[in-house]
Design a protein around this ligand. Sequence first.
Ligand code: ADP
Ligand code: ZN
Length: 357
Amino acid sequence: MEQITVQASQSSYNVSVGAGIRHNLAAFLPKTYQSVFVVTDTTIAPHYLDEYVASLQPSANVTVKIIEPGEAAKSKDMYFELLDSMFEAGLDRKALVLALGGGVIGDLAGFVASTYMRGIDFVQLPTTILAHDSSVGGKVAINHETGKNLIGSFYPPTAVVYDVETISTLPEKEVRSGYAELIKEAYIGDTDFLHDLLERKQLDKENQAQLIQDLSLGIQVKTKIVEADEKENDLRKFLNLGHTLGHAIEAEAGYGTFTHGEAVAIGMLFALELSEEKFGTDLRLGEFRRWLERNEYPLQLPEFSAERLIKRMQMDKKSENKEVHMVLLREIGKPVTEKVDHDTLSRAVTSFLERMS
Ligand code: ADP
Ligand code: ZN
């Protein structure tokens, strides 16, 4: 088992990553809770819900809410539905919210916990690889019609208990999605980890020792960055490598066509190409492309209009005054934020789209 301590401004919490630790959940909680509210989805519940509940204090009063999987659950309606269920169950300020699932469950249940009676404890039990990213950094949110994650807050969990055995049932597409963020973290802040990933033949969701190691290394990179910059000033932007074009592709293709990580992987390819061109540096691009191919990332894009993608990139949260700011790498492990002018961007996106069609 690996344990990483994340220092948030008000409190610190442990992220424990191990195999089979769901059977010993109570040992990872800071205290015993009389009332527990579990949020999970209909895909995860049949596999793991009973095991997690069985590992809680036998006398605990447990209420379970099982929702439909998918991003649509991060809605105002679902938010109030969960709050209603909590009041109905008579939960007080000392109750605990358990988020059993991926990023959707973590964001939703975390936001609910952050506002129920001005905030109660919440523990994340991630079941996806991608959730390593959302479970560190304390961001919780639901969506508004205007855009994703627009209603939310910074609310660190009380603990994160990450049992990698649950990854064995995760669909391959979701495994790829999660590993895209891991290789992104390696590129930003861990050259040895990057080397190890690029050398590897195939992603393997059954290799638990390797999963523990990979997730811990990714979490450490992210932790260092969010600790240095909890409220998203400069450093945190570096985590956006691959996301400027990635978000645009996700939205332009229609959410769900590409998983988040698949779109980010394509965005990274673009950002790394631009970086090599701009800084004349070697970012092991050929190896990265072969790694993506070997692991069957979708690398063929539908017919996108370059201008429409650029419009979306200009609207990105991280851009300012319609100027596109992108994270590039001066070298491996040395991210920088650069303003990219419209002409350069237009040329680069057009050429990229041609090669990816
Ligand atoms: P993330 O944002 O972390 O990718 P989501 O909450 O969007 O996570 O989950 C992705 C999908 O994978 C959902 O359909 C969810 O039900 C499913 N899922 C999550 N964890 C598992 C698991 N361990 N085994 C099987 N399916 C899972
Ligand atoms: Zn991301």
